[in-house]
Design a protein around this ligand. Structure first.
Ligand code: CAA
Length: 404
């Protein structure tokens, strides 16, 4: 039985900061950000937007392809930027999507690896319940303290995926290689909004985990490197994915998979799956029946290399023009706005002015630790809030016109 990704969509903030602007204010050579780490922009979130609102937008788009949403009886919300240690962020999404009551909902955490853990669980779940569909949401907003080397690698986004039998996008193969080791390379204590990290150790452990998990994948699958046509890597910053690729697959380009991450920034659990969307949207060659390798890395750390085969009619399931429009219609913010967005004070944030949400739901209030979300407009799938004239020609123009 083929099981895998039947529908996939992503969403990010309406606002971004150019890394050129950040470089100027931090007195860093912009070439370090552009060429050294491979990033040109990062998504920045006003306080009325959070991992829930952006997740709802991604999920509404993903489930618009599901004929009967009552088939979804499991929702797994993968995140490392949760604001509540008890209640699952997924429950808010469940309400706004109007999913049925007899649907299990819970959050998963293991740094940037959690959506891959969810995928693995979902595959087993659907294998045991072939009539069921699972909705996986990976949603993260990544924050580092100002003036740290991590600052230009902030970002955030949500990816929603529907996992089902006879998937219309990608069948997950039963092969994998896993590597887990107890290491302090990146962590976020519960009293902090910003993550802490050990740069060199994190890069070293990412690459070491890749080598080990890939060797295990090859051993388990009995495949060879040459059997893999494309590879997507967790991309905390694009240069990291390029370094990884240089280690194992020098002859395969990762350019198309990194177009979106270069301008969204790190989205932790969502990042690997944004690579997949970017690869599908921006590759002219027919990808049907091609094998895609995936390297998932979550600091702390758990890493997994696995693979999938692209479905025959995957092109019918793409929303390339919508994705391109969403990204090209984002609004650039100034450095002082960026600094204002970082102040974690709801009243102050609203005093800055009114900021648009990407989707149909906004975070309108936090009182006594309770978050209130409200619908601000009906989200009619396929008809998105328009700003200006969007350019709808991809992929040839995507990397250049979105990158400056
Ligand atoms: N022009 C061009 N290139 C320049 C330059 C310039 N003026 N100045 C520096 N560079 C290059 C450097 O040569 C270097 O390139 P190589 O790696 O190819 O040698 C690159 O820019 C980065 O420079 P540094 O090594 O000096 O980088 P740094 O100390 O500022 O750290 C970072 C960069 C690792 C991205 C840091 O931002 C960081 O630690 N980020 C957070 C942690 C992280 O993302 N780790 C990745 C693995 S962990 C993970 O994947 C989980 C997760 O999502 C966080």
């Amino acid at each position: 039985m083929q099981i895998g990704i039947d529908s996939i969509a992503f969403s990010t903030s309406r606002y971004f900061l150019k890394l050129e602007t950040l470089a100027k204010h931090r007195e860093v050579d912009y070439a370090k950000y552009f060429a050294g780490i491979g990033q040109t922009r990062m998504s920045v979130f006003p306080l009325n937007e959070d991992i829930v609102t952006v997740a709802i937008d991604a999920a509404q788009k993903a489930i618009s392809n599901v004929e009967n949403k009552n088939d979804i009886d499991l929702l797994i919300f993968a995140t490392e930027s949760s604001f509540d240690l008890s209640k699952s962020a997924g429950i808010y999404v469940h309400r706004f999507l109007e999913l049925k009551e007899d649907c299990r909902v819970f959050d998963l955490k293991q740094a940037c690896y959690s959506a891959t853990a969810a995928l693995c669980m979902a595959r087993s779940y659907v294998l045991a319940n072939p009539n069921s569909k699972v909705l996986i949401i990976a949603s993260d907003i990544v924050k580092y303290s100002p003036n740290t080397s991590g600052e230009p690698t902030q970002g955030g986004a949500a990816v929603a995926m529907v996992i089902a039998t006879n998937p219309r996008i990608l069948s997950i193969e039963p092969y994998y290689g896993v590597h887990t080791t107890d290491i302090m390379d990146f962590w976020r204590p519960i009293y902090k909004n910003e993550a802490l990290f050990d740069s060199k150790l994190s890069v070293y452990n990412y690459l070491k985990s890749l080598e080990i998990s890939f060797a295990r994948y090859l051993k388990n699958s009995k495949l060879q490197s040459s059997d893999i046509d494309y590879v997507c890597y967790h991309a905390p910053f694009c240069k990291m994915a390029r370094k990884a690729n240089n280690l194992l697959f020098k002859n395969k380009s990762v350019d198309n998979s990194l177009i979106y991450n270069a301008i969204v920034g790190n989205s932790c659990s969502a990042s690997l799956y944004i690579c997949l969307i970017s690869l599908l949207d921006n590759t002219n060659d027919d990808l049907k029946k091609k094998r895609v390798g995936f390297f998932s890395y979550g600091s702390g750390s758990v890493a997994e290399f696995f693979s999938g085969i692209i479905s025959d009619n995957y092109k019918n399931m793409l929303s390339s023009e919508d994705n391109y429009r969403m990204l090209s219609d984002r609004i650039e913010i100034s450095f002082s706005e960026y600094e204002g967005f970082s102040i974690d004070d709801f009243a102050y944030s609203f005093s800055l002015g009114k900021y648009e949400n990407i989707g149909s739901v906004t975070l309108s209030r936090i009182e006594n630790g309770q978050r209130t979300y409200e619908t601000i407009r009906k989200n009619i799938t396929g008809i998105r809030l328009e700003r200006g004239n969007s350019v709808a020609r991809i992929p040839q123009t995507a990397s250049t016109s979105l990158s400056s």
